[in-house]
Design a protein around this ligand. Structure first.
Ligand code: B12
Length: 209
């Protein structure tokens, strides 16, 4: 069995130490960092997301898989900064005001970091002003907001309005189960991602890389 398959299976089964050991071995064997990330870690997380969506697995399994992936990403990180000389854009991420769901947001943050972005995580229940002020202070290219409740997603519109009021150039990227492209357009946000993988694709689009 290939070493990438070991990594893949370790993430699917939520085996943190096995995932780390597999990534370490892959690096020692000279495998490409992007390949380890995409074919080993991200592909596994995609399947985990699918299985969760279909009700085949539940939150604890998702969390263990996320931890396993995180352990792998942590080992890849130093190699990313080596292979990507160009300084990557900075992203401020957080869960919308009034909302404490953070599993999806953490996955998104992790994938963005894995893709080489510098991510500043403001946590959960983040007020619109905190998003905008931090983005201005840190010169962030993107403000990424997660919401899992129909009652909290509305605060994303406040972030867009406040950002426009301050004439801030940061783009607003939104996501979370109740969101849609339609809602993204309605509130004038710059991008919507349906999952962690598309968060990376959209973020790259928004910064033009
Ligand atoms: C786990 C969970 C909780 C946990 C949260 C723990 C934690 N640390 O996050 C706890 C138990 C605390 C909780 C509390 C509540 N919950 Co809850 N919860 C869930 C549950 C079961 C799973 C959410 C989850 O983590 N999914 C797994 C992750 C991986 O998926 P995800 O979040 O969708 O994220 C993915 C994408 O959406 C996307 N994404 C996410 N964020 C972003 C951001 C960007 C920028 C981008 C591009 C993409 C992106 O990428 C992610 C990875 O692929 C959902 C049901 C469901 N099936 O979604 C209900 C659910 C979201 N909860 C719900 C409710 C009602 C509540 C409570 C109000 C319950 C109550 N009466 O107290 C409270 C609210 C507390 C609060 N103020 O926030 C409802 C929401 C209904 C609605 N539409 O408004 C749901 C849908 C359950 C239901 N069917 O009723 N909850």
């Amino acid at each position: 069995m290939g070493i990438l398959e070991d990594v893949y299976n370790a993430v699917i089964n939520g085996k943190v130490e096995d995932a780390a050991a597999g990534v370490e071995k892959s690096l020692n064997d000279g495998l490409d960092v992007d390949e380890i990330l995409k074919k080993g870690l991200m592909a596994a997380m995609d399947l985990v997301g699918e299985r969760f969506g279909e009700g085949e697995i539940f939150i604890p399994q998702v969390l263990w898989s996320a931890k396993a992936m995180q352990a792998g990403v942590a080992l890849l990180k130093p190699h990313f900064s080596e292979s990507h000389h160009k300084k990557r854009a900075r992203i401020i991420i957080g869960t919308a005001k009034g909302d404490i769901h953070d599993i999806g947001k953490q996955l998104v943050a992790m994938m963005l970091e894995g893709a080489g972005f510098e991510v500043i995580d403001l946590g959960v229940d983040v007020a619109p002003a905190a998003f905008v002020e931090t983005a201005a202070e840190k010169d962030a290219a993107i403000i990424a907001i997660s919401a899992l409740l129909t009652t909290t997603m509305t605060s994303m519109a406040d972030v867009v309005a406040l950002k426009n009021e301050k004439a801030l150039s940061s783009k607003v990227l939104i996501g979370g189960a109740p969101l849609s492209l339609e809602y993204c357009r309605e509130i004038g946000a710059d991008g919507y991602g349906v999952d962690a993988r598309s968060a990376v694709v959209k973020a790259r689009e928004l910064v033009g890389s």
